[in-house]
Design a protein around this ligand. Structure first.
Ligand code: COA
Length: 258
């Protein structure tokens, strides 16, 4: 169904593997188009409760946008490339279902940006993060200048952006860029354990956590107002009635997603 992605759905957890290992899973336009389409599937398919994004092979999550597609592009084409990349990554960030990046090696340039557009990140011990675009006379164009500042703070982000520096998994952990560092063969297992827990929670409430947290960084919205409305909207759900009743009746809640 997708030329450059392998997908697998099991127990509500949808794993998307970017599958160009010979090019370290670099994001060419085909990968970007496949990511765009696969996110439509995530939004649409009720059987998908949560998502893992990872890269094929032991070496790379994604080593960046495909540099071979950049040469000869005009200013207007450059802007269009960045806008399209940003729109696709917004689709990931705004997904109502949790999306976790399992970073299994290099996450450079567009790969770091892809990981940062996910709701949180897990790293294998061999993971390396960086935005090396200044080496190419470029800057990140898929949201990297914004999300890196959001996630690790302006000073640390600017040092990485301006120096094209690379950080390893443990530094990424210290900076809050990733939530966990685990051996590579435990990476997917760890993500599945976290998502299995999240998948037992009320899906509409989970979606509203994502929407409210995203509003912190959205200048067009007041996050506290978003939270008030989201909190209120939960009162219209059967799952809120189930959750509160189950607590009072001292039993486990069974959520249906409505
Ligand atoms: N775009 C296109 N091709 C890429 C790529 C990218 N971002 N990153 C890696 N590749 C390709 C290489 O060209 C090579 O292809 P080839 O075998 O046909 O020559 C293949 O993937 C393997 O990469 P290679 O460089 O041989 O692996 P390495 O282990 O020596 O180095 C990296 C790994 C990640 C350090 C190195 O590939 C690199 O610096 N990549 C570019 C990172 C970057 O600048 N990303 C930001 C892009 S905006």
């Amino acid at each position: 169904m997708y030329q450059t992605l392998v997908t697998h759905l099991e127990n509500g957890i949808f794993t998307i593997t970017i599958n160009r290992p010979d090019k370290l899973n670099a994001l060419n336009q085909q990968v970007m188009s496949d990511l765009d389409n696969v996110m439509d599937e995530v939004y649409r398919n009720d059987e998908i409760k949560s998502v893992i994004i990872t890269g094929a092979g032991p070496k790379a999550f994604v080593a960046g946008a495909d540099i071979s597609e950049f040469s000869g592009a005009s200013v207007e084409e450059g802007k269009a490339l960045a806008k399209r990349g940003q729109d696709i990554f917004f689709k990931i960030e705004r997904s109502p279902k949790p999306v976790v990046a399992c970073v299994n090696g290099f996450a450079l340039g567009g790969g770091c940006e892809l990981a940062m557009s996910c709701h949180f990140r897990l790293a294998a011990e061999n993971a390396k993060f960086g935005q090396p675009e200044v080496n190419l006379g470029l800057i990140p164009g898929y949201g990297g200048t914004q999300r890196l500042v959001q996630l690790i703070g302006k000073g640390r982000a600017l040092e990485l952006l301006m120096s094209a520096g690379m950080i390893d998994a443990n530094i990424a952990l210290q900076l809050g860029l990733v939530n966990y560092v685990v051996p590579q063969d435990e990476l997917i297992k760890k993500a599945i354990a976290i998502l299995e827990l999240i998948n037992t929670k009320a899906p509409i409430a989970v979606a509203k956590c994502i929407e409210s947290a995203n509003a912190v960084f959205d200048e067009t919205r007041d996050g506290f107002t978003v939270e008030v409305n989201a909190f209120g909207d939960c009162f219209a759900t059967a799952d809120m009635k189930e959750g509160t009743s189950a607590f009072l009746e001292k039993r486990k809640a069974i959520f249906k997603g409505n």
